[in-house]
Design a protein around this ligand. Structure first.
Ligand SMILES: [Zn+2]
Length: 447
């Protein structure tokens, strides 16, 4: 008989769900409830409805081993009244000051919870929840349980693009979808993020809603996230930087190839449309690594082209000769769109009239490139257009670490995690104004 010494017992990892209240558990995104949320008016429970299945969701998640904690920016008078009535066995943090992580971290520490030793998720319906989760370094689920009736600027309620750009790990339209994510985290990642972990997923994110205009579809899809600043462990920023380096590995190209094929095969199988042309956004002659997208595209079509002979896989765009700037250097989305529209043109003799076109590109920032190419294609009679980007540049998020140099001067500036483009190594940065921050330029290597 083997005796296991009592001091050798394995501590089970704690499982934590940090759940937003308004718009996630209760159908209270309505701006008219603000005085109650702010504690200025007494909370009238007759005006507070939970979403159908909210309480069952809490008990199912608890059954999966998760400790549920409500994290709300609303006033304790409001939060505690609701929690007592509907979610009595859940603890709650009010006035959480999202997306700032400090109050949440303090609250967790009081309950002896260390985020780094936990299997933790943040769930919520706005960018504030997602950036809180990314600041904590844990996966996030952006929930979409209601249709916003009015746009609310600070919380970004009803602002689909802003919420998506905050870079959640997952997106869910029902509690069942969240439970599925909690049970199968890898299979619910975005296609490319799953592919980097040897898992298979067919999921892509819509950086904006699909557009049907005069019977023609324009759809944008994202297969992975590229983050400046903090994120969860699943983002693909290192892959993005490696893809852009001359010494990128073949292995990386194969991983990207397989993920794109997984996604494109699914699109072709579904047959919502019969796609005619499969193409890519080429790089300028001067770009390093040379033929950056072309090399990947060739690897992809070697396989896709064999399986779907009716799909015409070819390069149809070309840069004007002598273009000496780059899309990235254009200051605004409008400038980028104009730059691409006038410099990246359809090749002579390519016929896209009445055709359905799939385009792949490496990075998606505001969609300016996709818009410009769509305009060019539409002007030549193309019909449905699907634009697929490998990496979505998501909003930068601060870490909970403060800049030691600024602290000396009495300023609390949060550092951002950055990645060196050349070496791929990570460092903290007190981001200078010229890079979009308000910091002093202090940097510190990580690890
Ligand atoms: Zn600083």
């Amino acid at each position: 008989m083997i005796r296991i010494p009592s001091n050798n017992r394995v501590l089970a990892e704690r499982k934590i769900l940090l759940i937003d209240l308004d718009g996630t558990l209760t159908n209270t995104a309505d701006i008219a409830l603000k005085p109650m949320k702010d504690g200025q008016k007494q909370t009238d429970l007759s005006r507070i409805k939970t979403f159908e299945g909210a309480r069952e969701f809490i008990s199912e998640a608890t059954g999966l081993g998760f400790q549920c904690i409500i994290v709300s920016d609303s006033h304790p008078k409001y939060v505690n009244t609701i929690v007592k009535e509907y979610f009595s066995d859940v603890s709650a943090l009010s006035l959480a000051d999202k997306p700032n992580t400090l109050k949440t971290l303090d609250f967790l520490r009081l309950q002896n919870i260390e985020i780094s030793d936990s299997d933790c998720y943040v769930l919520g319906d706005s960018w504030l929840d997602i950036e809180l989760g990314r600041g904590l370094g844990v996966p996030t689920v952006l929930t979409a349980f209601y249709e916003a009736t009015n746009l609310e600027i600070r919380d970004g309620i009803g602002d689909y693009v802003k919420n998506i750009k905050s870079g959640s790990t997952y997106y869910a339209e029902s509690y069942d979808e969240i439970l599925n994510i909690l049970r199968n985290p890898l299979q619910n990642l975005l296609c490319l993020e799953a592919g980097c972990r040897s898992a298979v997923s067919y999921l892509a994110r819509k950086p904006r809603r699909d557009e049907f205009l005069l019977g023609s579809l324009t759809a944008h899809r994202i297969l992975g996230r590229q983050s400046q600043g903090e994120c969860d462990k699943y983002h693909t920023t290192e892959k993005y930087f490696e893809f852009n380096r001359a010494d990128r590995s073949k292995e990386l190209l194969y991983t990207l190839r397989d993920s794109v094929i997984t996604y494109v095969d699914r699109i072709l199988e579904q047959r919502f449309f019969l796609w005619d042309i499969f193409t890519y956004v080429p790089d300028k002659q001067t770009t390093q690594p040379a033929n950056k997208m072309g090399e990947l595209f060739d690897l992809i079509v070697e396989l896709v082209g064999q399986r779907t002979p009716s799909l015409n896989c070819l390069s149809i765009f070309e840069w004007n000769e002598g273009v000496d700037s780059s899309t990235r250097r254009q200051p605004s989305a409008g400038d980028r769109r104009r730059f691409v529209r006038s410099n990246l043109i359809l090749q002579e003799g390519v016929n896209v009239n009445g055709k359905n076109v799939i385009i792949i590109d490496d990075q998606y920032t505001t969609g300016a490139t996709a818009d410009a190419l769509t305009e060019n294609l539409r002007a030549r009679g193309a019909k449905n257009i699907l634009f697929i980007a490998l990496f979505h540049l998501i909003t930068p998020v601060n870490s909970s670490k403060l800049c030691p140099k600024c602290v000396v001067n009495g300023l609390n500036k949060q550092l951002q995690v950055k990645i060196n483009r050349q070496t791929g190594s990570k460092f903290y940065s007190c981001v200078l104004p010229r890079y979009g921050g308000d910091g002093c330029g202090y940097t510190e290597n990580i690890g």
